[in-house]
Design a protein around this ligand. Structure first.
Ligand code: MN
Length: 715
């Protein structure tokens, strides 16, 4: 098609369309494709021009025609989307981008029906503007018309199969029967050439048998309508080979009746004429029961309207007849596009270029069957969903905002539990990345399950969230068991006792725990103090006394006003004032400290560099200059907090507790903050004498091979 002809065709139905836009798009496409050729040997640029031509048959707007001309430039030439945006504006750039993205996805090669439906949904979700889909369908139609030139049989079959399973049903779904029929027949000729051949030769035979039947029946039907004096046109046609074949497959049709191969259509002007024509036909010929359908009072989901009937008609043959108006016919042939056209002709353009989209939604909403309604209101429905591929090509549907972790759990719980990383479209990506339509996601897995509790912060599917929770709870229990046992072992050893199951069981009843595991969890998680357990095991006061003496050395005595005189080793305090060590910075003897006075509560001790102090900059009267008393009781313990990362190897946790115990310090609290397949991260509170005690422990921990990092935590 020549440039001039294309522009003329658009101007014929859209007189105000920009000639300049169409010419510039045409020139851009020709220049960009340069000397590229198709497999047919034709210059490449003829393909986009033909695609544009197909869309002029549907009377689409100039932006769509320009998009058709440009649709392969970004993918196949040096032209960029930025150039298109600069030269043709954001709307056309967005449409071209949409078509380009659709071209990049390929249907997974699986036989599953569900996959085909998901893939159709993916295509719909990606063409958030229906014009993107219309250009894609026209592109596919032209590619199918020229598929014979493609040399690779594999590729021909793949494209034909994809057309049959994805694009033809999509064309039908938006009401474009004409396009659906052609796509199906072209695919049929590639996929089942022998079947198509058999249909064609049978048709040939039947045609010879009943020569001139189509015109004779047409004429007799026309005469039937004379008495009702309605202006009507009767058209007879042979059915398409593929629709005959499918009927034979589905309905056990023997392919003997002429009604199986030909169909007649009566076109009238007004809707009420349809029923008058129907009456006239039924008055003359007996109808075949069960074949009458009134799609005018109950339109199909894609707004198809028509009366269907089958009669024992002229020449004693079963004859299928469709009765419809011109407008119904246009909508049947061109679907969405025709609907849009009719509305545009009857209403003033209000400048809202997306009005047709709303109308499409109305069409879909008017669908009678709720199941079909859900299936077809994709434009709203699928904007909440995202469709991604596994490396094998399986499509996974998830809610929008889903991450690789959601994807992993959607594939299988085991895949989620062992997920440690992800590649999106071949590139390593963070696990919290949001997936996009068409992404191919590969989950990297470890040998052992290792979900992280922080995943809970970003996964959005219920399946992923509950699986992570369940796993973390289980892990926490085993951590607490290990820790609780380590704590009790140490306490008993200090009491010159060995830990045995028999010893420990003695505490179960009085502490109300059923199993040793429960008891260790209670100790590990801090629900039960170790001295309580010792008391439960050794109700004998003398033993308890010994244990109590040791335990009391390990517990901080700061915090109570009663004890302050003997135990608080701080200078500069007024007598009788309560003292607390700040939980934010955990001050230790040896550090510069500051007291903050709170009326009625006493003094809180912070380190001089604690960030919390900034809050008191405006109230200098509350600051108290204090210092540690170096001559005070050296048995005093203080809490220092460290953060440590351990290798996930057997025994690493017990190495940690051993090092701390060997340094004469005590763990008062321990919390797992993160865990992966390789590492655990803990926050640990340690009771120490002073700063140098803590730094000594940190140094000793850093010397341990199983311990990766150790840092003091401030704030
Ligand atoms: Mn193309």
């Amino acid at each position: 098609m020549e440039q001039v002809e294309l522009v003329e065709r658009v101007r014929a139905y859209a007189p105000h369309a920009s000639e300049d836009l169409l010419n510039r798009a045409y020139d851009f496409s020709v220049a960009a494709h340069g000397s590229q050729t198709r497999e047919s040997g034709d210059p490449y640029y003829m393909h986009p021009v033909e695609v544009a031509g197909i869309l002029t048959d549907m009377k689409l707007d100039a932006d769509t025609i320009a998009t058709a001309l440009l649709h392969d430039t970004v993918e196949d030439t040096l032209a960029t989307l930025e150039q298109i945006e600069t030269q043709f504006g954001t709307d056309i750039a967005r449409l071209v981008d949409g078509v380009t993205k659709l071209s990049l996805i390929e249907m997974p090669q699986t036989d599953e029906n569900r996959q085909a439906e998901n893939f159709r949904k993916l295509v719909l979700a990606m063409s958030n503007d229906i014009r993107v889909l219309l250009v894609k369908l026209a592109d596919r139609l032209h590619n199918m018309r020229t598929l014979g030139f493609v040399k690779s049989e594999d590729k021909r079959r793949r494209v034909a199969l994809e057309t049959m399973e994805i694009y033809a049903p999509l064309a039908e779904r938006i009401g474009m029967h004409h396009m659906k029929d052609e796509l199906e027949d072209l695919s049929f000729s590639i996929l089942r050439p022998e079947a198509r051949e058999s249909v064609l030769s049978r048709l040939e035979f039947l045609r010879e048998q009943g020569s001139d039947l189509v015109p004779r029946i047409t004429e007799q039907l026309q005469e039937t309508l004379d008495p009702v004096a309605i202006r009507a046109t009767v058209v007879g046609r042979e059915k398409r080979p593929y629709s005959i074949w499918r009927k034979m497959e589905q309905d056990d049709v023997t392919f003997e009746q002429l009604s199986d191969i030909m169909a007649f259509r009566i076109m009238v002007e007004k809707t009420e004429d349809c029923y008058r024509v129907l009456g006239a036909v039924h008055a003359r010929y007996p109808m075949v029961p069960g074949r009458f359908k009134d799609y005018i009072s109950t339109p199909k989901r894609n707004n198809y309207r028509s009366l269907h009937t089958t009669v024992i008609g002229p020449e004693q043959n079963r004859v299928e007849i469709q009765i419809r108006t011109q407008e119904m016919h246009q909508i049947a042939e061109y679907g969405v596009a025709a609907h849009w056209q009719y509305k545009q002709h009857t209403e003033n353009v209000d400048g809202n270029q997306y009005r047709w989209l709303r109308e499409l939604l109305e069409i879909l909403e008017n669908a009678s069957n709720p199941q079909e309604f859900l299936e077809h209101t994709k434009l709203e429905m699928f904007s909440d969903q995202v469709f991604c591929f596994t490396p094998k090509g399986e499509l996974i549907a998830m809610p929008r905002g889903a991450t690789p972790v959601d994807f992993a759990y959607a594939v299988h719980t085991d895949v989620g539990d062992t997920c440690v990383g992800a590649r999106i479209n071949g590139r390593l990506a963070p696990l919290r990345s949001q997936l996009r339509n068409g992404d191919q996601v590969e989950i990297l897995r470890s040998a052992e399950p290792s979900p992280s509790p922080i995943w809970e912060n970003f996964v959005i599917t219920g399946k992923a969230r509950s699986a992570v929770r369940r796993f973390v709870r289980k892990q926490q229990r085993s951590q607490y068991v290990e820790l609780g046992r380590a704590i009790m072992k140490k306490s008993l050893r200090e009491n010159n006792r060995r830990i045995t199951n028999e010893t420990m069981r003695r505490a179960l009843k009085s502490l109300g725990r059923k199993t040793l595991e429960d008891l260790y969890i209670s100790v590990g998680s801090g629900d039960i103090d170790k001295s309580t357990v010792i008391n439960a095991i050794y109700p004998d006061p003398t033993v308890r006394e010994r244990a109590g003496k040791i335990l009391s050395r390990m517990r901080p005595r700061i915090g109570s006003a009663r004890d302050r005189k003997e135990t608080v080793p701080i200078r500069g305090l007024m007598p009788g004032v309560a003292v607390h060590m700040a939980g934010c910075c955990h001050p230790l003897p040896g550090e510069r400290i500051i007291g903050i006075v709170t009326a009625g509560k006493g003094v809180t001790i912070h380190t001089i560099d604690c960030e919390t102090l900034e809050q008191f900059n405006a109230t200098p009267e509350r600051w108290l200059d204090v210092s540690w008393d170096a001559s005070a009781d050296s048995d005093q313990f203080h809490v220092g907090r460290i953060e440590t990362v351990l290798s996930n190897t057997p025994g690493s946790l017990s190495r940690l507790t051993t090092v701390i115990a060997n340094n004469h310090a005590n763990i008062s609290n321990l919390k797992i903050t993160d865990r992966s397949s390789d590492f655990y991260e803990f926050l640990i509170d340690i009771e120490v004498k002073d700063l140098s005690h803590l730094t000594g422990i940190i140094a000793a921990l850093r010397a341990e091979p199983a311990i990766n990092t150790v840092e003091r935590v401030r704030g």
